[in-house]
Each structure stands twice: as C-alpha cells, then as structure tokens.
Design a protein around this ligand. Structure first.
Ligand code: BES
Ligand code: MN
Ligand code: MN
Length: 455
C-alpha cells in the first residue's frame, strides 16, 4: 500500500489531464440545453471506469439523466463497497465574476479553478483513480460497485426509484461518498451529519396587470411590499422560525453532545474574514457550528418582480416571487414542513393579494454513527495519510438521497469528503486544491484496506 504515494507521483499529470477532460463537459443538470452533455459525461465516466479496471459498466436509463453503474466483483465472500457520486454540476451564472471560464479548468496557486472542480467531479474522480491504483497493483481487497448519478444538483428526482428497481444490483456493505468538506488538511474531519431540505417557490399576485405607481401607488397592495413583509414575518428577532409547529420534530441535541461537538476546532475570526463579513448572524443561543450543524434555518435564495432593468420605470408590479429554502435537521420531514410553511405563509397574506406556494425539492437529513466499522476505517485511513485522527463534525449541506439509500437499500453511508469551505462550490470561481485531490486519492485505498480488515 506504500506504493500509492509513488503511483500518484508518477501519474499526477495524467490524472489532472483526465480530470480536466471530465470537467470540460458542461454537465449542468438543471438546463435542458445540456442534455447532450449529460450523455457525453456519462460516456466519459464509463470509459474512465473501464480503463481503471471495472469488469462491467453500464449507462442505465432513468426518467431523467442516466446513472452510470460499474462494478468489479472479485469474490462473493468478501465485502462490497458501493461508491456514490454525481457527474452533474450547478449552473455557472453570474459568468462575469469568474476569473477564468468555468468549463476551461486552470491551475492557479495550487488550486484547480472550474465548475465541478470540487463538487463533485474532482472528488468523484479521486475514487476512479484510487480504484485504478488498486487494480494496477493487484491490491483491491474487496468488491467494488459504482453508482454515479447526473441529477444530484436538481434533487435526485430519479435515483430513489432507480434504487428500488435495482436493489439486488446495488447490494453492498457500505456506501462510500466524497461530496462533502473537511475542516482542513491540517485539521482533518469526517462529516457525520447532513441537513435535510425543503425548497419552495412562492408567488404573490396583486392587480391583474402592472399599474402606474403614481396613479395607483398608496391605494393598492403592492405584491413586492407584501412579499417582503410576509418573508420578514417568517423569523423573529432571535432568528427563530415562526411557522407554528416548525420545531416540533427537531431533536434537541444534549448538553453533553454539544460539548463534545464544540471540541471540533472553529475559528470565528478566520470564518468572517474568508467571506468578508464583520459579524455572524443566526439563531440566538447557538454557536456558528451549531447553527449549521444541528439547527434548522430559513433563507430566501432569490427574489424578483417588478422592474429591474436599466434606469427607472414607475410601476407597481402585478406579481412578486421568491425562492425559499429551509435546511432541516434529521428528524424533520420535508413534506410536513412544506405543508406547515404553506398554511402559515398563506395566513400572512392580506386580502388584496393571492398566494401560490410550490414545492421544488426536499429531502431528509442524515446522521452517520461513529461506532461503525466504516467510520473506524475512514478514521484510520485519514489518520494514515494526514497524520492526525479526524474529528467528527456535522455539516450544514444536504445530500438528500443519502437517507433514501438507508431507507430503500438498508445501507449506511460514510461521508469521506475532501472539499474545503473555501472551495466556493455553487459559486463563481469554484476551486479544488491539488493537495486535497491527491490526498483524497491516497486515502481511499486505505479505507478499503481497513474496512475489509475490521469487517
Ligand atoms: N455536495 C453538495 C452537498 C454538500 C456540500 C454537503 C458540502 C456537505 C458539504 C451537493 O452537491 C449539494 O449541493 N447539495 C444540494 C442539495 C440540493 C440541490 C437538493 C444542497 O445542499 O444545496
Ligand atoms: Mn455535490
Ligand atoms: Mn452541489
């Protein structure tokens, strides 16, 4: 296994070249015009897995973008690791804020800059290359399956069904995922929690057409003014969500566990400086790590309506819209939260407007226990390559399909992410440090080794 370091050294340029080829295909799942690129990307992964030593790879149709399934089964009596990742990426707008074009990957200051550099092409590709190493050196210690989807960034609308239809094919002992962050390579950590999500769009309609804001202003409810007020009523002065019943299913984390979690290093000063803010904000009574790790929240992700073009147009708009996300904690159910939201939101509207609420996507949170063979194997693997025992920590992000994996397939997931918060995923100038990419490749074979040994 010591060979992995040399293998990476000898092949690092080729790995990067191949990753760049993967990144160059603009696989934006949210945009229909990229449907052809989704197929091309699936083909690319198929080729990479075959080249890396998979015995069988199939591009499997779904109602949406295809799933790439690959496997190498060496011995039915050995454990099976199922690797999950996603080949789709987020849209790239606003384009003018990118220093280099999003689909022309470039290395600057030791980091790969491109859409998907981290989320999730860079992280997923680490698994392909670790798999290649184990095959090339005859050190693959167990069976491996790959399930790579193309719809994670749009809420995985087809994957639950896919899992139901392919339970046997997907049989495994653990699901291994690199699609989360680490505190840093110096303070290695393993993600043990993901938040759930309820994401909705709201529409407030006032008059049947845009009105002259002088002729009608002051006499007719303005949908944008109304929407703003409704939104500000959703949270109180302590930044608690005011929707009745919202907190009913929230599991309060015990004092002891909070004390344990507080041991994960966190530097508020650096956190603020990195995103150029003078002060943080959130639910009263909780630290920043707790606000993202163990508490739900409500945020407006977008808001529009009226005139937003150049110069002035004195108009009282007919409609106003917003996209609102609620990050949930594990025991909260997204359909129930959607309903609570809709009832309360409608109750906030004055008579002069109509309100429409549409659920866009949702999903459950996830807590991954640390007393499992998979966690112990991940911990030992990280300690082996980064020199320190990783700390468990709960992330604020969501991968809703992870709880479906447990429900449908009965398999727990291990979140062995190598991203950093500073990687700017979903933002302009997304990046992924080369060190993280190569350390990830180095760590993964150790996970396999320890998982099989401890099992
Ligand atoms: N990889 C992220 C999720 C993530 C990132 C979790 C960092 C923890 C740490 C994933 O691709 C993502 O963006 N998920 C979406 C889910 C949504 C589109 C259903 C999210 O969290 O907004
Ligand atoms: Mn991701
Ligand atoms: Mn993402």
């Amino acid at each position: 296994m010591e060979k992995i370091k040399d293998y990476i050294k000898q092949n690092q340029d080729r790995f990067l070249k191949e990753l760049f080829e993967f990144i160059r295909i603009p696989s934006i799942s949210a945009m229909e015009e990229h449907n052809g690129d989704m197929l091309k990307t699936a083909e690319f992964i198929k080729g990479s897995l075959l080249q890396a030593g998979a015995d069988k790879v199939e591009i499997m149709k779904t109602k949406g973008h295809p799933v790439v399934y690959g496997e190498k089964l060496i011995d039915a009596s050995l454990p099976t690791v199922l690797v999950y990742g996603h080949y789709d990426v987020q849209p790239v707008e606003p384009l003018d804020l990118w220093t280099s074009p999003p689909f022309e990957p470039e290395v600057r200051d030791g980091k790969i800059y491109a859409r998907g550099a981290d989320d999730d092409k860079g992280q997923l590709f680490m698994h392909v290359k670790a798999f290649e190493f184990m095959n090339e050196t005859n050190s693959l210690p167990c069976n491996v399956k790959f399930m790579i989807e193309g719809e994670e960034e749009v809420g995985s609308p087809s994957l639950k069904e896919f899992c139901k239809e392919n339970k046997d094919l997907l049989k495994a002992d653990v699901i291994l995922i690199s699609d989360t962050t680490m505190i840093s390579l110096d303070i290695p950590s393993i993600t043990t929690g993901l938040r759930g999500l309820s994401y909705l769009e709201v529409e407030v309609t006032g008059p049947n057409r845009d009105l002259h804001s002088g002729l009608y202003g002051g006499a007719v409810a303005n949908p944008i003014n109304v929407l703003s007020e409704m939104i500000s009523s959703l949270t109180d002065e302590n930044n608690r969500i005011t929707i009745p019943g919202f907190y009913d299913d929230v599991i309060e984390v015990s004092k002891e566990e909070r004390a344990e979690m507080a041991k994960a290093p966190f530097n508020l000063e650096e956190y603020q400086t990195a995103i150029d803010i003078k002060s943080v904000a959130g639910e009263a009574g909780y630290s920043t790590s707790e606000r993202t790790g163990i508490r739900p929240c409500l945020d407006v992700c977008g808001i529009w309506g009226g005139y937003t073009g150049e110069g002035a147009k004195t108009v009282l708009p007919s409609r106003a819209y917003a996209k609102i996300s609620m990050r949930l904690v594990p025991n909260q159910e997204s359909p129930k939260v959607d309903e609570l939201f809709e009832n309360y939101f409608k109750s906030l509207a004055p008579e002069g407007v109509k309100v429409k609420v549409t659920s866009l996507h949702g999903g459950q949170g996830y807590v991954s226990p640390i007393d499992t063979v998979a966690y112990q194997a991940a911990s030992k693997a990280v300690e082996e390559t980064l020199g320190k025992k990783p700390v468990p920590f709960r992330s604020g992000g969501s991968i809703p399909i992870v709880s479906d994996f447990e429900e449908v397939l009965g398999i727990k997931s291990i979140l062995l992410g190598f991203g950093l918060e500073s990687d700017a995923i979903h933002s302009p100038n997304e990046n992924y440090p080369l060190d993280n990419f190569y350390k990830g490749i180095e760590t993964i074979p150790y996970f396999y080794k320890y998982f099989v040994e401890l099992k």
